[in-house]
Structure formats: structure tokens, C-alpha cells
Design a protein around this ligand. Structure first.
Ligand SMILES: Nc1nc2c(ncn2[C@@H]2O[C@H](COP(=O)(O)OP(=O)(O)OP(=O)(O)O)[C@@H](O)[C@H]2O)c(=O)[nH]1
Ligand SMILES: [Mg+2]
Length: 441
């Protein structure tokens, strides 16, 4: 299929700074690229608010110059002058090698706004949410992620079907529509039913997930969280030697993966990698990924990974902090300033001043990987308590248990058994001592 060509449209309202508007539009360009869309032009306009026409009349006409259409939101029959302009534009489009196929607006638009703009520019119009939902749709691979995305997608599509008869055909995916089933009402009812069905399926998967989660409750867990493309999966690979997907793409990861840290430590530490965040993450998506994100929220340590080489990283830090607050993740956090291999000495020194407690590192540097591994282990050990135990020789099972769930500081073989000095979480110490009391020699 030929690459789609798009024009990006930024509408900058007074509450947004020039720098933020620019980096947001650049990010939208990367989101489009992730979908394989080629960006051929960018149009921005400062406006008091985003009204029904989205852009001012002049800018809309400028946009139509790329896309076709009149650029005017026609209410009645088009007048003669408009028809002439339209004819001239069509001539231009015919001579152009590849006309533009779509307009992507860097905002969250109401269905009516999308409909208006679509009529004015006569090509597919989508917004930031539409693009993100589409990326999630393409990248979801586990059953749970696919169900979650399908819900978000149906919720996004349903209201848009009202204004654009095209929406169900072009963006649909509801599937299996037969003759006579194209009526809007029928489709909307089917969407509602389908969403309810998907929610039931997710609930049953969540049941299984919570059993697994409970089993992991006693285990030490660290979750990698952060903005999309920050390098979370790269760190997952390095910390666990697993082969999760790493790609220079936004939202490469949608599923939560949990693996034991490697080289192994006692007690065992599990690392989880999960979906990344982005500014203005559509609310329905956050909601539908709630159970996936809960996995992160429940970890006892959060490794907040940021791409320190991205000029916009401070805004990204803020976004991640906000989403974490939204999902009630309160575990202690370690800030990981990743990709510092891309910075010069002055850049790193500057970061050290501004973030004295953060870990500066690169997932590509083997020494850094060892260092971060050590920092994680230490962060847990700092929360451990010391204990002494004497385990009789006939209790080999208990010896195994001590070695598995505690950090053994010393192990001395005496006449009465193995003398242990250990450090472990309070709960594990209590459990080991209860086991010892139950089986005295
Ligand atoms: N130069 C450099 N590139 C890195 C580093 N860490 C990760 N990358 C690259 O950054 C890109 C994104 O890495 P991922 O690990 O997939 O990022 P992620 O946070 O998992 O991204 P999503 O799953 O999309 O949210 C890849 O191209 C990596 O190779 C680093 O320390 N230095
Ligand atoms: Mg990832």
C-alpha cells in the first residue's frame, strides 16, 4: 500500500507556550511516522480557542490548497467564486505527484469539528487521539491489550460515526456487517453490545491476572515506567537478559512483561516493563489500560526512565508524574536519566546540578547496566531488616528457604546447626522464624 501523506495542523491556544506547541507538533509528526505516514507539510495557527471551524477561514483555505475541497465549511450551495477556486485547486492537485490523503490535527477534536473540517478539505481528518488509538491498535499483541485497545477504539469511533458516514467504513473494524446493517443506530447499538462483551472478557482475564499477581505479592518488584521511547524496554532487556521488543517507535510496548532480574539475586527481584505515557494520553486509553498499569502501581520500587537527550524531557517527566498520580502509584521512585551517551560533558554536568539524586546512565553501556543493577538491589536492601537464625542440619528445606528469600550476610557451620546473619524484608523474617519455631530440632 502506498504511504499515506498528511498535513499536520497545530492550533495554538493562549495557554500553550511557543516551545510547547512546537515540541507537541514534532511529537505528532513522530506519532504519524510510527504509523508509516509521511508528513508533507505543517500548518500552525494561534487562536483564542479551538472553535467549530477548528482553523480560521484563511488557514482552512491554505489547508485545502494541499488537500482539495474548498476550505469552506459549506452551509448552502457553494457560490460561483468558491467553485472557481475549487477548480483551480483541483487542477493543482491533479498535477501534483501525490496529493495529500489526510489531515492530522494536534488537538482532541469533537466529532462535529472533525466533520466540519472533513467537509471543508475533502479528505480524511483525524486528531491526536485518533492517531494514538490507531498506534495502540496496531501494536497490541497480547489478548488483554487487544481487548483493551478495541474498547478504546470503539469508544473513539462511535461518536464520530454520527458526523461522518465514512468513519465506520474507514476506521471501523467492528466487522461482519451484512446487507442492511449499515444504519447508524444499529451500528451504535452493536458497538455498545460489543464493548460490554469485551469488558466481560477482560474481567475474566483480570481474574487470572490477579491470581498471578497475588502469587507475586511476596516478591520484590520493580517497575519500569516513563514516557514512550524513553528506553524502558532496553533496560528491561539489560536488567533481565530477556528479549522484549525494543524499537525506535512510539508505543512499541503495550503489554506488561515480568521477568526475574539477572544476574540473579537473593531474594529474587522481579522487573516489569509496561506501556509508556505521552502527553494528553486519551482518557479512555488510560482507563482501558488500568489493569496493566496497576501492575506498575503495585511495585515496591519504580524506576522512572527518561530520555535525557530529548530537549523536551522535562515536560515528559511531568507527564509521567501526573499519570502515576492518576493511577495512585505511590512506591518510592528512582529517577533514571537515560541516553546520556547522547550528551556532552557540559550537558551531563548540568543535569547533575539539576537532578543530583538521579542516576545518569545509558542502556548501551555495560558498566552502567551493572551500576543500575546494583542500585536497584541496594534500594531494596536498604529497606531490609537484620536477623540472626540457627537452622538445624536436619532442616535442609529451611536452609534452602533462607537462601532463597533472604540476603545472607554470613553462614557459619557450628555443632548445633547453620548460624545465619541475614537481611530480608520484615515479613520474610517473620515467616522464616515461624517455620523454624514450627519444626524445632
Ligand atoms: N543512544 C541511546 N539509545 C537508547 C538508549 N536506551 C534506549 N535507546 C533507544 O531508544 C529507542 C527506544 O527504546 P525502547 O527501549 O524501545 O523504549 P521504551 O521506553 O520501551 O518505548 P515504548 O515501549 O515505545 O514506550 C530504541 O531505538 C533504543 O535503541 C540509550 O541509553 N542510548
Ligand atoms: Mg517498550
Amino acid at each position: 500500500m502506498a504511504k499515506k501523506r498528511a498535513v499536520l495542523v497545530g492550533v495554538q491556544t493562549p495557554d500553550v507556550s511557543d516551545a510547547d506547541a512546537k515540541s507537541s507538533l514534532a511529537e505528532l509528526g513522530r506519532l504519524a511516522k510510527t504509523l508509516g505516514i509521511e508528513v508533507v507539510a505543517e500548518i500552525t495557527q494561534k487562536r483564542k480557542s479551538i472553535d467549530a471551524g477548528v482553523l480560521g477561514d484563511g488557514k482552512r483555505k491554505e489547508l485545502a490548497f494541499y488537500t482539495g475541497g474548498t476550505g469552506v465549511i459549506a452551509r448552502g450551495p457553494a457560490d460561483q467564486r468558491l467553485l472557481q477556486e475549487e477548480a483551480a485547486r483541483e487542477e493543482m492537485l491533479e498535477t501534483a505527484e501525490h496529493p495529500v490523503d489526510m489531515v492530522i490535527v494536534d488537538a482532541e477534536l469533537a466529532p462535529k469539528q472533525i466533520g466540519n473540517l472533513q467537509r471543508a478539505v475533502e479528505c480524511e481528518v483525524t486528531d491526536r487521539t485518533g492517531i494514538i488509538v490507531e498506534i495502540f491498535h496496531r501494536h497490541a499483541s497480547s489478548r488483554e491489550a487487544r481487548l483493551q485497545v478495541e474498547i478504546a477504539r470503539l469508544l473513539y469511533i462511535a461518536p464520530r460515526m454520527r458526523v461522518s458516514g465514512k468513519a465506520d467504513r474507514e476506521q471501523g473494524g467492528i466487522g461482519g456487517k451484512g446487507a442492511g446493517e449499515s444504519s447508524l443506530e444499529l451500528d451504535r447499538r452493536r458497538i455498545r453490545d460489543r464493548v460490554a462483551e469485551l469488558r466481560r472478557e477482560i474481567a475474566s482475564i483480570e481474574g487470572e491476572r490477579s491470581v498471578r499477581r497475588n502469587r507475586r505479592q511476596q516478591t520484590l518488584r520493580v517497575a519500569l515506567v516513563g514516557y514512550t521511547n524513553a528506553g524502558k524496554s532496553s533496560w528491561m532487556r539489560k536488567l533481565t537478559t530477556s528479549s522484549v521488543l525494543v524499537e525506535d517507535k512510539l508505543f512499541a510496548t503495550l503489554d506488561t512483561t515480568v521477568r526475574a532480574m539477572h544476574p540473579e539475586v537473593a531474594p529474587r527481584i522481579l522487573v516489569s516493563d509496561t506501556v509508556g505515557f505521552i502527553q494528553r494520553l486519551p482518557h479512555d486509553l488510560v482507563a482501558s489500560f488500568r489493569s496493566t498499569l496497576d501492575e506498575a502501581a503495585e511495585a515496591s520500587l519504580l524506576l522512572h526512565v527518561v530520555d535525557a537527550s530529548d530537549p523536551a524531557f522535562e515536560g515528559q517527566l511531568q507527564v509521567t508524574a501526573e499519570v502515576l498520580a492518576e493511577i495512585d502509584a505511590t512506591a518510592p521512585r528512582l529517577l533514571v536519566l537515560n541516553k546520556v551517551d547522547q550528551l556532552d560533558d557540559a550537558g551531563r554536568a548540568d543535569l547533575r546540578v539539576r537532578y543530583p539524586d538521579a542516576i545518569q546512565c545509558s542502556a548501551l553501556d555495560a558498566d552502567d547496566v551493572k551500576r543500575v543493577h546494583g542500585v536497584i538491589v541496594k534500594a531494596f536492601e536498604d529497606q531490609f531488616s537484620p536477623a540472626s537464625m540457627i537452622v538445624p542440619y536436619d532442616q535442609s528445606k529451611l536452609i534452602g528457604e533462607v537462601r532463597r528469600c533472604a540476603r545472607v550476610m554470613s553462614e557459619v557451620y557450628e555443632d548445633d546447626g547453620v548460624h545465619y546473619e541475614i537481611r530480608a524484608p520484615e515479613a520474610d523474617i517473620a515467616r522464616l522464624q515461624a517455620l523454624l519455631a514450627r519444626n524445632p530440632s
